[in-house]
Every structure is written in structure tokens, then in C-alpha cells.
Design a protein around this ligand. Structure first.
Ligand code: NAD
Length: 446
């Protein structure tokens, strides 16, 4: 099939590449000319495991191309995806300006019936707005053409996006139109072979499904952070508690890790946007508001532990801190809403310097922070410990951070202390090496 995709970010680029990989003809459109030019020359703008070779192979085969020419892309596709950003507005609701701009572009240029697919995460009711924007442009041109707007939210996880896209848990399709659903079934058939993963429903339910999924996941994280904070105060270890509850299949092992707060481009904005949607329907979502408030507080927790260790923020002035991790989670270079950003601001404000290492997010951090005297972005993890450093903070749970040489750390860290924002280490082992240990919800460290 011929597919056009608006937006070559995490979702658009991965979706386009995976659709090309299974044999569809795909054109990806972006308004960012530099990004498109880069992609046409083999420069992949994001880090995702497995993505680069797949983009290059499909581009070389001619099944995947990149353009800034929206009219050309609309003429090409039988199915047109909208996969542009939906950042939070000032009041926390989803900003639909990019989605609706694409809808108007489609209305301006379409010349034959189309299936338009909302893949961006959009509030309930957006498919109607997209349809209205397309119809308005068609009316201006005095053209009548049939089109369907389908909701097909994306569930891929950054860091495993290609894998998730090639082997989805479920494919949610919201549409009242049998013919549009048939088109979507045909498009996704290669991903739907060994059992039926397709869940079809009405548009509004599909739109809400995406928010419900992210809100549930964010709730699990905030719940565990809340338990961790209680554990810390009552002298319990959340890691024991986690194992004690995860064994109940109704609770399960996944997503019950306490930490330094959730970040990324999705959970923070989607929880807020859903609360905002509820408020627009005059419903105050007590739970969603609490999930967000707990997370906001949690992002400051590592710094709080540092204050406790040092007896106040003032003692951090002039310290040099080694920071392992910058990305909001492992296997990505994405630093949007990352907890590391809050910690860095707090450390800088306290007058500390940071030597940071992240296996993938170095460039992104350089882009965000530029050159500053109080931040050294290191190419190697070992460089964070060179040249005099006082304490270590781990904030992203990259696999390579799991088994450090504690002996060597005890030698290098002047203040002999580790702040473990993801509970990667066994406190007893760390302490046996002569280091102080602070983790999340580890009552022993009170
Ligand atoms: P992104 O910011 O990485 O990419 C968006 C891209 O859209 C940018 O390259 C931008 O230049 C382009 N764009 C903006 N306006 C355009 C236009 N008029 N025409 C063509 N391109 C245009 O965003 P993302 O992370 O890929 O997210 C896209 C959507 O998918 C969001 O709604 C997000 O909530 C949702 N989503 C994201 C993830 C994720 O893990 N990142 C997962 C599921 C769903």
C-alpha cells in the first residue's frame, strides 16, 4: 500500500520505517527541512535500538523516502498518518496546533478519497476537529471528496520502539467506517499474523484508550514512589516491599519500580492533558492530579537526599558531582522532562559542578545546556570520576551502570557517598566498600 506519514519524530519515523520494512511504499513528510535533508543522507535524528540500519536499508530499497513536500506526499498516500507532536499548552491541555495544521494541509491538497489516521496522542474529540478542518479546506476549494478519520493511537515505548512497532501488543483502531477499518486491517496485516492483535472500537474510546494506558502506567510509578517515601520514613525497605507485592499476579512485576520520578515526552503531558479534558467536562480527577503532584515532588527527591546527607544545600557549594545518566530512561537519547534536568538545576543553584555521562544523550544535553562552566559532559563513564569528584548520583538505569567497581568508587569519591536514584545497588554491598548509600525508599538510609 502507499502510505504518507506527517512527522518524522519518534513515532512517525519508526512507524514509517516499520511499514516500509514489511513492504509498503512509504513517504515521510516533515516541516523540519534539516531533519529531512539529514534523513535523505543517512543521518538518523534520534537514537533507537535497531532503527538506523532499518531506515538505511528501506531508504536504499526505495520503499522509504523523506520529503518536505506535503502536496506530493498527500498525492502519494492511500492512507495518510498524522504523527506530529502534541505538546502541552500553557494550561496543561494538549496543543493541537500541529495536528490541525496537518489536517488543513490535507484538505488543501487531497485529490482523491483518503483514510486519514490520527496517530498522535490527542484528546477525545480531536478526530472530529481533524475532520472539520479537512472539510473546511475542501469547501474553500469547492471540492467534494470522501475521507475517513481513524484514531490509531501509538503504544510504542522509546528505547524499544522498533521492537514494539514490529511486534505490537495490540493495534487499536477507532472508526465508525467498515471500509476504513478494512483499509487499516490490510495495512497492519503483516504485523498481525500469529494472532489477532487488532482491537476495533469507536473513535472516542480509541482516543481515550491511549490516555488511559499512560495514566495507568504513570499511576503505578507514582504509587510506588509514594510507598517508597512512606517506607523511608517508617524504616522499611521498598525493595523488599516491591518483591512482596509483585508476586501477586493481580499486581504483577512490571512498572512497580520506585525512582527519581517519571519523565519523557508522554507521561507528564498525557496525565496533565487527561486531567484537563476531565476538567473541561466539569470533572475533577483527584487521582490524576495526585499522580502528577507526587511525580513533581519525586523529581526533587534525590536532591533532598543530598541535602540530608550533607546537612543542607549550602554544603554542596563547590562540590563536584559525578552524574550517571541524563536521558529520561535507558536506551534513548530523549531528555524531555527528564528527572536529570531538575537535579542539574538544583545542583547548579546550590553552587555544585557536575561531570555527567550518558551513553546516548550527550549531544542532546549539549544542545539543551550549551557550554557552561558547571557542566562537563563526558565521553566515557570513567571520565566523570577523573580529576577530583566528591559524590556519585545515578539517575538513569542504563544496564552498564549496574555493577560498578565499588572499591574504585570508594577511592575516587572524596565524600565516599552514592545517591542511587533507581535502586540499582545493594546498600549492604556499597556500605561494605566503605561508601555511604542513599537510595529511594530504603528505610535503612534514614
Ligand atoms: P516528535 O516531537 O519527536 O516529532 C514530531 C515531528 O513532527 C517533528 O519532527 C516536527 O518537525 C514534525 N512536524 C510538526 N508539524 C509538522 C507538519 N505540519 N508537517 C509535518 N511534520 C510536522 O514527536 P513524537 O515523540 O514522535 O510524538 C508524536 C506524537 O505521538 C505525540 O502526540 C506523542 O504524544 C505521541 N506518542 C509519542 C510516543 C513516544 O514515545 N515519543 C509514544 C506514543 C505516542
Amino acid at each position: 500500500m502507499h502510505v504518507s506519514i506527517f512527522g518524522t519524530g519518534y513515532v512517525g519515523l519508526v512507524t514509517g520505517t516499520c511499514l516500509a520494512e514489511v513492504g509498503h511504499q512509504v513517504v515521510c513528510v516533515d516541516i523540519d527541512a534539516a531533519k529531512v535533508d539529514g534523513l535523505n543522507h543517512g543521518v538518523i535524528p534520534i537514537y533507537e535500538p535497531g532503527l538506523e540500519p532499518m531506515v538505511k536499508a528501506n531508504h536504499a530499497s526505495g520503499r522509504l523516502r523523506f520529503t518536505t513536500d506535503a502536496a506530493d506526499a498527500i498525492a502519494f498516500g492511500d492512507v495518510v498518518f498524522i504523527a506530529v507532536g502534541t505538546p502541552p499548552d500553557e494550561d496543561g491541555s494538549a496543543d493541537l496546533q500541529y495536528v490541525l495544521a496537518v489536517a488543513r494541509t490535507i484538505g488543501k491538497h487531497m485529490t482523491r478519497p483518503l483514510v486519514v489516521v490520527d496517530k498522535s496522542t490527542v484528546p477525545v474529540g480531536t478526530a472530529d476537529k481533524v475532520a472539520a478542518a479537512i472539510s473546511e479546506e475542501l469547501a474553500k476549494r469547492d471540492v467534494e471528496l470522501r475521507f475517513d478519520v481513524v484514531s490509531n493511537p501509538e503504544f510504542l515505548k522509546e528505547g524499544a520502539a522498533v521492537e514494539d512497532c514490529m511486534r505490537p501488543d495490540r493495534i487499536v483502531i477507532g472508526s465508525p467506517s467498515d471500509s476504513a477499518i478494512a483499509v487499516m486491517k490490510k495495512l497492519y496485516a503483516p504485523f498481525n499474523r500469529n494472532h489477532d492483535r487488532m482491537v476495533t472500537m469507536d473513535v472516542r474510546s480509541a482516543e481515550l484508550t491511549k490516555y488511559a494506558a499512560n495514566a495507568m502506567l504513570a499511576t503505578k510509578i507514582s504509587f510506588m514512589n509514594e510507598m517508597a517515601n512512606i517506607a523511608e520514613r517508617v524504616g522499611a525497605d521498598i525493595e523488599h516491599v516491591r518483591k512482596g507485592i509483585g508476586s501477586d499476579p493481580r499486581i504483577g512485576w512490571h512498572f512497580i519500580y520506585p525512582g527519581a520520578g517519571y519523565g519523557g515526552s508522554c507521561f507528564p503531558k498525557d496525565v496533565q492533558a487527561l486531567a484537563k479534558t476531565a476538567a473541561q467536562y466539569r470533572y475533577e480527577s483527584l487521582l490524576l492530579n495526585a499522580v502528577e503532584a507526587v511525580n513533581e515532588r519525586q523529581k526533587g527527591h534525590l536532591f533532598e537526599l543530598m541535602e540530608r546527607h550533607y546537612g543542607g544545600a549550602a554544603a554542596l557549594r563547590g562540590k563536584t558531582i559525578a552524574l550517571w545518566g541524563l536521558a529520561f530512561k535507558p536506551n534513548t537519547d530523549d531528555m524531555r522532562e527528564a528527572s536529570s534536568r531538575r537535579l542539574l538545576e538544583q545542583l547548579w543553584e546550590a553552587g555544585a559542578k557536575v561531570r555527567a555521562y550518558d551513553p546516548e544523550a550527550r549531544e542532546e544535553a549539549q544542545r539543551i545546556f550549551g557550554d557552561r562552566d558547571d557542566l562537563m559532559l563526558c565521553d566515557l563513564r570513567a571520565d566523570t570520576l577523573a580529576g577530583g569528584v566528591d559524590a556519585l548520583v545515578v539517575i538513569t538505569e542504563w544496564k552498564q551502570f549496574r555493577s560498578p567497581d565499588f572499591d574504585m568508587l570508594a577511592e575516587r569519591l572524596h565524600d565516599r557517598v552514592i545517591f542511587d536514584g533507581r535502586n540499582l545497588y545493594d546498600p549492604e554491598e556499597v556500605e561494605a566498600n566503605g561508601l555511604a548509600y542513599w537510595g529511594i525508599g530504603r528505610g535503612r538510609s534514614v
